[in-house]
Design a protein around this ligand. Sequence first.
Ligand SMILES: [Zn+2]
Length: 57
Amino acid sequence: MNADCAECGAGISVPEDAIVGEIVSCKDCSSEYEVAEISSGSVLLKPAEEAGEDWGE
Ligand SMILES: [Zn+2]
């Protein structure tokens, strides 16, 4: 499956067995996206939440 990077327009290849919630990244600009929806061979990505910077301690 393929999706387009919202940042740079490059194609992002998503594994055929990807699941909703999986994180994929653009190989061109390193933007990270979360798989938001998968339907009949097409995939919808949304920007991944920034995580891991604030551990809350
Ligand atoms: Zn990109």
